[in-house]
Design a protein around this ligand. Structure first.
Ligand code: CU
Length: 185
């Protein structure tokens, strides 16, 4: 017992011994650090993955939204539709392609969800002006509106089968992209 105690109680030995014990705290911190690092190794990729997935979801949602109003919009209603609703906003029709029945009264409702007035003017078959400066009065078969912001206007069209260009006649709007198609058949 004595030989064992003697070295540890020696001041010199105690100093030597007290130095290593001072180190263990930092040694015992390493397991904690590695444990935290291990959690970080697991959680960081998961949070990065979650972040990436949420970005992907946002991009997909944004693309779907854009596709619904501007890109290849599905025709509203069907070839035999006798009523259709079209949204108006800066600067597009929603949807921009609308299908309705031919040679019959078709009820058209325009909902202006934008902040300024808009119209919905159907041009005669074959009329396809490249820009607003080429639009003439005789091109316009029928026109609904102007529709005030937040308001709705109802009207009726009765047209023979064909594909008609639709534009907003408020100055600047057609040139800003506010045009669509009315497919009658
Ligand atoms: Cu407009």
């Amino acid at each position: 017992m004595a030989p064992v105690n003697e070295p540890t109680t020696t001041p010199e030995a105690a100093d030597v011994a007290s130095d290593p014990p001072a180190a263990p705290p930092s040694v015992t911190e390493i397991p904690y650090g590695t444990a935290q690092a291990a959690w970080l190794v697991i959680l960081t990729p998961l949070s990065v993955l979650a972040f990436v997935l949420s970005i992907v979801a946002l991009v997909v949602a944004a693309n779907n939204e854009g596709g619904g109003s501007t890109v290849v919009a599905p025709a509203a209603g069907s070839p035999g539709a006798t009523e259709v609703t079209v949204g108006l906003h800066e600067f597009a029709f929603d949807p921009d392609v609308v299908a309705v029945a031919a040679d019959t009264d078709v009820a058209v409702t325009l909902d202006n969800t934008g902040a300024v007035q808009h119209t919905w003017a159907v041009l005669r078959a074959g009329a396809d002006p490249a820009d607003e400066s080429r639009v003439t009065e005789d091109m316009i078969l029928t026109e609904l509106g102007p529709v005030d912001p937040g308001a709705s206007v109802a009207g009726t069209v009765n047209l023979p089968a064909g594909t008609y260009k639709v534009i907003c006649t408020i100055p600047g709007h057609f040139d800003a992209g506010m045009s669509g198609e009315l497919v009658v058949g």
